[in-house]
Design a protein around this ligand. Sequence first.
Ligand code: CMP
Length: 139
Amino acid sequence: AVERTLSIIKPDATKRNLTGKINAKFEDAGLRIVAQKRIHLTKAQAGVFYAVHAERPFYDELCEFMASEPVVVQVLEGESAIAKNREVMGATNPADAAPGTVRAEFAESVGENSVHGSDAPETAAVEIAYFFSGLELVG
Ligand code: CMP
């Protein structure tokens, strides 16, 4: 089925001008960027987005990092977009990411791993709604 997923190009990647190279990988995989904006999150806004990780030891560091530089938030659309995006991103830890994936090529560490992508349809819906209104999604 055609799905939409929430993608974030993280501070380590925007800082190194990798937005275009990462978007090329998404588009080459057949994912359409139907919404996109560059924003600078506050630590509190990052904290709400990652609330599911609030009890993890890396939560504070993660929120600091996500607020350290601008991010690009985007909605990707396509056939099985959630799984396809996760394939293009590669494993969370770049040491485990398959060759050619975004994280294998660009990520600096398990924390500064260049991209985020929703992990399921329910989380995609919540995450998209956190950043975009319906009018901003242009399929
Ligand atoms: P993401 O897919 O955005 O979801 C949660 C994020 O937490 C993850 O990518 C990483 O950036 C971060 N993360 C996961 N595990 C660790 C870890 N062991 N140490 C630091 N950050 C982590």
